[in-house]
Design a protein around this ligand. Structure first.
Ligand SMILES: [Mg+2]
Length: 239
């Protein structure tokens, strides 16, 4: 079985940060304070729970786990109405690749994301991609991002035997590359998010592209990968 673990933001889609409306409104409801996620938090690489902790810290509010949970839940509720407020889109070749892989019984796609399950569902429903992802691993608490990658691999292995050299992470940040290394996966890095090709290459991904290649090329890449290089030993950090 070949397993593909897909990041969401900057890899499958860009929301153009439309989620910040839902976030800021949730913060205001819970704390009575004005908050601007865009200005106040550098969110790249942080999970939604980690962003929640950071938000409360910046407001001088103790990030009690129950309060963090309430913020994340309210954000999930407000997110669907928030997404149409910016002209986000599905990134190049994504839909064609997922469509081509849909009928392959030997390839499974899962989400591997710092979004919560509800946040991921809202985004992929909005962009019409939810049907391609029956399951995945999501942020469930403020713990390390590497734990999400480990859960993703467990999930895939519960479903079918997974060959060690046939696990891929597709992502747009150094965090995706490092997390892939932590579970022995190969990263297909794409510069469609917040990082340039040069910046991504510095982290030694298995492959790196300006954008995802055309569907035929992508499928040939994963099908031919067993002749390729071994994944590099990486370390997962969550800075
Ligand atoms: Mg991303």
């Amino acid at each position: 079985m070949t397993v593909l673990f897909w990041d969401i933001d900057g890899t499958l889609i860009t929301t153009r940060r439309a989620g910040m409306y839902a976030w800021n409104d949730s913060v205001q409801e819970l704390t009575g304070r004005q908050f601007d996620l865009k200005v106040q938090v550098r969110t790249a690489g942080l999970t939604d729970y980690q962003i929640a902790v950071k938000t409360f810290e910046l407001l001088g509010v103790a990030p009690d786990p129950a309060l963090v949970e309430r913020l994340v839940r309210r954000y999930e509720e407000l997110l669907p109405a928030s997404l149409p407020r910016k002209a986000g889109y599905v990134l190049p070749n994504v839909r064609e690749i997922l469509e081509q892989l849909r009928d392959r019984s030997d390839v499974r796609s899962y989400l591997l994301t710092g979004n919560t399950r509800g946040g991921a569902r809202a985004k992929l429903t909005h962009f019409g991609l939810i049907e391609y992802f029956p399951d995945g691993a999501f942020a469930e608490d403020a713990g390390a991002r590497s734990a999400i990658a480990a859960r993703a691999l467990q999930l895939a292995r519960r479903t079918a035997p997974v060959a060690d050299d046939r696990v891929f992470v597709i992502g747009d940040t150094p965090h995706d590359i490092e997390c892939a290394g932590a579970i022995g996966a190969r990263t297909i890095a794409v510069a469609t998010g917040g990082y340039t090709l040069e910046e991504l290459r510095a982290y030694d991904p298995w492959r790196a592209f300006e954008e995802l290649p055309a569907a035929g090329e992508f499928v040939a890449l994963i099908d031919g990968s067993s002749r390729g290089a071994q994944p590099h030993a990486g370390r997962c950090v969550s800075t």
